[in-house]
Design a protein around this ligand. Structure first.
Ligand code: BGC
Length: 273
């Protein structure tokens, strides 16, 4: 019998940091400190697992009585990671969900990081009640994307890897927040790259709303006003916590039972509350 719960733990594994928190899933808010450790150099599975353990221990939730969702920066299909843009190549074709479950000694729910941020904004933030197509992008080490149509997530969209015509590099190498830091761009210079990126995505998909997540979204007033788009573009309500909140939300099925114990095994099931 699945347990009733309104709290869950979310862990958001990124290319630079691993963040976690305990989340109240009625309000979609963090009810613990936000714990962050650096992503281990090379981001090999065993090292990432050890870092996730540190996050759970620090939060005091290492035992299995609170549902746990884990978000990861790669394509995630049936618990396997199928890509590795900012982590070790070992993750390509790797049974990541089972690896974390065995390593942590508990069930987890495992999904792409941008997709779970989309779920957080859908349930508790800027995408709530929006009709048509919402595209959330996270601007961080990479560019992640979540496509939500009429309240349903279409997982693994990977719009950060759109190719730039005539260039070897993809969109995220050119326009992620890490590109701004690496190349010491100012807001205006970075915004010119974002202008190319969002205009391109806008042309391809004609969305109704863009949401911008990732750590830099707390500085949205520095760069969003510089963009000229037909589509409204707003920061994620939950800023850089959207990944933690969304990961936690996916650990619970829509009826408040533990999604893992209740065998809700797909993002779409867990998303359409
Ligand atoms: C990965 C995505 C991920 C994004 C943000 C990209 O490099 O391919 O899966 O969502 O980075 O972390």
């Amino acid at each position: 019998m699945a347990t009733k719960a309104i709290r869950a733990v979310g862990v958001d594994i990124g290319g630079t940091g691993i963040k976690g928190g305990l989340v109240d899933l009625e309000s979609g808010t963090l009810i613990s400190d936000r714990v962050k450790v650096a992503t281990p150099a090379g981001a090999e599975p065993a090292d990432v697992l050890a870092a996730v353990r540190v996050v759970l221990d620090t939060l005091g939730v290492a035992d299995a009585d609170v549902p746990l969702g884990v978000a990861f920066p790669a394509i995630v299909k049936h618990g396997r990671t199928l890509s590795a843009a900012n982590v070790a190549d070992t993750w390509i074709g790797f049974g990541a969900e089972k690896f974390f479950e065995d390593g942590l000694g508990r069930d987890i729910h495992f999904a792409n990081d941008a997709d779970v941020a989309g779920v957080a904004e859908l349930r508790f933030g800027a995408a709530r009640g929006v009709s048509g197509l919402t595209i959330l992008t996270t601007l961080g080490t990479g560019i992640g994307s979540a496509m939500i149509h009429e309240g349903v997530l279409v997982p693994n969209s990977e719009l950060g890897h759109l190719q730039r015509a005539g260039h070897d590099t993809d969109a995220e190498a050119y326009a992620a927040y890490s590109a701004m830091e690496r190349e010491r761009l100012d807001w205006q210079q970075w915004a010119e790259r974002l202008q190319w990126y969002y205009s391109h995505v806008e042309f391809l998909f004609s969305p109704d709303l863009f949401i911008v997540g990732g750590g830099v979204s707390k500085h949205a007033d520095q760069f969003l006003p510089l963009l000229d788009l037909k589509t409204p573009i707003v920061p994620a309500v939950h800023r850089n916590n959207a990944g933690i909140i969304g990961a936690a939300a996916l650990a619970l099925a829509s009826d408040g039972t533990d999604a893992v114990a209740g065998a809700a095994d797909t993002l779409v099931e867990a998303t359409t509350a």
